[in-house]
Ligand binder design. Structure first.
Ligand SMILES: [Zn+2]
Length: 215
């Protein structure tokens, strides 16, 4: 089984303290095979993590974009997503041959048909989201017949790898996107501690006041 965490924030996000080098070190130590670095509205963290990577770990460059319908995690990006309008985000991602993931579907979303008919994958487990809301997300994925992924939504070192998508293959295929979209999978779910969300809010506040530097 290949283990992927599809949702990690680096210190390029205003609310994370995870340096790209640290992300790589922890991901390897935890035996992950792939990660997506998905900073809020930026791919810089993903690019830096990929550049620094010297191991066999797959680093997908991504970004979590806040649109009018809610957050979408876009992966396999090479250029920044400029717009925040959902349909335009879809266009930009498709032009880059990227993949669209509906992040935590029942947290600050309006689940419009426009949104649901344009996404490739549903984040059916996010470590920071309550079990109740995650199970609603899982149900939505089943109803819409969309493949599921899990992600930790890590903002802190110990959160990496708490949400894992385990693909039932023995080695990395040539066509990684096809595996992500088509291959059978199991989600490995470890709930984050609610205190971690409070710590993140503390980081945000310190950054706002200029006490803590941001990349
Ligand atoms: Zn996130």
């Amino acid at each position: 089984m290949l283990k992927f965490d599809f949702h990690i924030h680096s210190s390029y996000s205003f609310d994370s303290i995870l340096d790209p080098a640290k992300i790589l070190e922890i991901s390897s130590r935890k035996g992950l095979d792939g990660i997506a670095v998905t900073d809020h509205n930026s791919i810089r963290g993903g690019l830096e993590t990929r550049d620094l990577n010297r191991s066999s770990l797959v680093v997908m460059v991504g970004s979590e974009i806040r649109t009018e319908w809610g957050d979408v995690v876009c992966v396999f990006l090479e250029k920044e997503i400029i717009t925040r309008k959902f349909l335009e985000v879809v266009d930009e991602v498709r032009k880059q041959k990227g993949i669209m993931i509906l992040a935590h579907p029942f947290w600050k979303h309006t689940l419009s048909e426009e949104l649901l008919s344009n996404i490739d994958l549903v984040e059916a487990f996010n470590s920071r989201i309550s079990p109740k809301l995650n199970s609603k997300g899982e149900k939505l994925a089943l109803e819409r017949d969309l493949p599921q992924v899990a992600g930790s939504d890590a903002h802190l070192p110990w959160e990496i790898g708490k949400g894992i998508t385990g693909f039932e293959v023995s080695s990395l295929p040539l066509d990684l996107k096809q595996m992500i979209l088509m291959e059978k999978r199991n989600l490995i779910k470890v709930q984050s501690n609610p205190v971690d969300v409070l710590i993140t809010q503390g980081i945000k506040m310190l950054r706002k006041r200029g006490i803590l530097q941001q990349k």
